[in-house]
Design a protein around this ligand. Structure first.
Ligand SMILES: Nc1ncnc2c1ncn2[C@@H]1O[C@H](COP(=O)(O)OP(=O)(O)O)[C@@H](O)[C@H]1O
Ligand SMILES: [Mg+2]
Length: 502
């Protein structure tokens, strides 16, 4: 079979970091080829090179057996290469059709009606369900992604690169995307599908190239491999998925949200009449597509964002309107969702671990450094943090930084743990570790609120699952009864139930 793309011995450095190291990658005409690897493996870099956004330090690129130099996306598009990145570049005030043709009207100007017709025809041909006259600003994230794909196809892409396209989709939208990819394949297009999800690789791809630490580990036929073999290649060792093993008897209410309302940063309603109870000894999962009030919920429940109505109870204690310190004192521990904002980069590991309890290490007017270091050593051992107490925290990997944050919060044995996106951006090993810690908190009897956009994570860990959609809880069910399909319908707002769980 002919290779439409060949990348040979590609090396790309960013200062001291070698993002791609002598990478060989080939794409056959008509195949869906997964680029699989953990965060930081070099997937995006390699494809940004193919799309002309980065220039390789070494190596050669061939398109249809011709050596090429790709200086910019414009060059890439001229060669029939299109890329849909994780950040869309659409104009919200324009229609779908206008966005698709924007910057590509050819040598003559088209009338608007013709543009819409052309775009509708392209959508039909590739099985993309989108209304060409819809205003992009009114579309869901999944629909915007379709516009980006259509935009690439309209520019006659023969090679389509998708960078973690499913990260922003509901399960139903993932099915629709896979349907589109099969259509593209039938039309003879080739697709590079960047992902770190093994089930997606198994479901949709013909071949897989596994990257680890910037290097190709192997390229294999999907039919000749297995999820566990791929996981081994990806992380270099066996992995064990962590999940809730037994059901537990849930206890008394640990945290209650009663008729809770809050606004977002634009003063628009972000949380609408939320009535939920997190019990001692349970993990309550909040599922939802990103941007539906998750951030505001976590902030409201830790005293960072004041509610505009309703009450928050920690046990019997009403903390409504309290400061973050009041929430902490009442027994709420929040794991920061943005690791880098959760730590003070210039301070040491020990200082970051003791940040919120400096008073305890103060004798008279001076800080008891020896006690602080001893305390840090303890937590470093207990939480298996790979660092010394005096290391500046900014030198730690994402996984180890997250361990510091967990240690800081969990060392207090909080009654309630708020965990927004606790494993986002972590590799498999660190993800397993964080999940184990959350399960240990549940076992200890804490009430855990797990807010995650990763439905697999929600299903693996939660005792009960609530779904948030446009700031409302639109469903609540025991995890044993939940299916991805049903949750997906709720996440898309297609199915709504009144939820009052207080
Ligand atoms: N523009 C950049 N500047 C500096 N370092 C970068 C840049 N882009 C990527 N890197 C680094 O290169 C490595 C590979 O990153 P990336 O290609 O984004 O990985 P992946 O997409 O597999 O998660 C990482 O260590 C990342 O921090
Ligand atoms: Mg990437």
């Amino acid at each position: 079979m002919d290779n439409i793309i060949e990348m040979q011995a590609i090396t790309k450095r960013f200062g001291p970091v070698i993002a791609n190291r002598e990478v060989n990658f080939s794409l056959r005409q008509g195949e869906v080829h997964a680029l699989l690897g953990e965060n930081g493996a070099g997937k995006t870099t390699l494809m940004r090179i193919l799309y002309g956004l980065y220039h390789p330090d070494e190596g050669m690129i061939f398109v249809r057996q011709q050596a090429v130099r790709i200086h910019s996306p414009k060059d890439a598009i001229a060669l029939g290469i299109g890329m849909v990145t994780q950040h869309f570049a659409l104009v919200p005030t324009l229609s779908v059709a206008e966005n698709v043709v924007l910057g590509f009207t050819g040598s003559f100007r088209l009338r608007y009606a013709e543009i819409e017709e052309q775009v509708a025809a392209a959508a039909l041909r590739f099985g993309i369900d989108i209304d060409p006259s819809a205003i992009v600003g009114n579309l869901s994230v999944g629909q915007r992604q379709r516009v980006e794909i259509l935009k690439a196809l309209y520019r006659n892409a023969k090679v389509l690169i998708l960078d973690e396209p499913t990260a922003v989709l509901t399960p139903q939208e993932v099915d629709a995307l896979f349907e589109t990819l099969r259509r593209l394949q039938k039309e003879g297009l080739s697709v590079v599908f960047i992902t770190h999800k093994l089930d997606e690789v198994m479901a949709i791809t013909d071949r897989v190239t596994v990257l680890r630490d910037g290097q190709v580990i192997e390229t294999v036929e999907t039919a000749h491999t297995s999820p566990s073999a791929l996981a081994r290649m990806m992380v270099g060792r066996e992995t064990f998925g962590v999940s809730r093993r037994s059901s537990m008897e849930a206890g008394a209410p640990a945290l209650q949200m009663v008729g809770l309302h809050a606004l977002d940063d634009q003063n628009m309603p972000a949380l609408k009449n939320i009535n939920l109870t997190v019990r001692h000894g349970e993990i309550l999962g909040i599922a939802g597509v990103g941007g539906n009030g998750q951030r505001e919920l976590a902030e409201t429940l830790s005293g960072v964002r004041p509610p505009t109505a309703g009450r928050i109870l920690v046990g019997e204690h009403d903390v409504t309107g309290g400061s973050p310190a009041d929430f902490t004192a009442a027994g709420v521990g929040r794991i920061p969702s943005d690791r880098h904002k959760g730590v003070v980069g210039e301070l040491s590991v020990a200082e970051n671990l003791t940040l919120e309890r400096l008073m305890e290490f103060t004798k008279g007017m001076t800080l008891d450094r020896a006690a602080m270091l001893a305390y840090a050593e303890d937590l470093i051992a207990q939480f298996q943090i790979k660092a010394r107490p005096t290391d500046p925290i900014r030198t730690l990997s994402g996984g180890n930084m997250q361990k510091v944050l967990l240690a800081r919060v969990l060392a207090r044995n909080p009654k309630v743990v708020i965990a927004p996106q606790p494993t986002r951006g972590l590799d498999i090993g660190a993800t397993d570790y964080v999940r184990e810690q959350l399960l240990a908190q549940r076992k200890r009897g804490a009430g855990v609120l797990l807010i995650s956009e990763d439905l697999d994570e929600i299903l693996a860990l939660s005792d009960r699952i609530a779904v948030i959609y446009e700031g409302e809880i639109v469903g609540l069910l025991p995890a044993q009864e939940a299916t991805a399909e049903q949750l997906g319908l709720m996440m898309a707002g297609a199915v709504k139930e009144e939820v009052n769980d207080v």
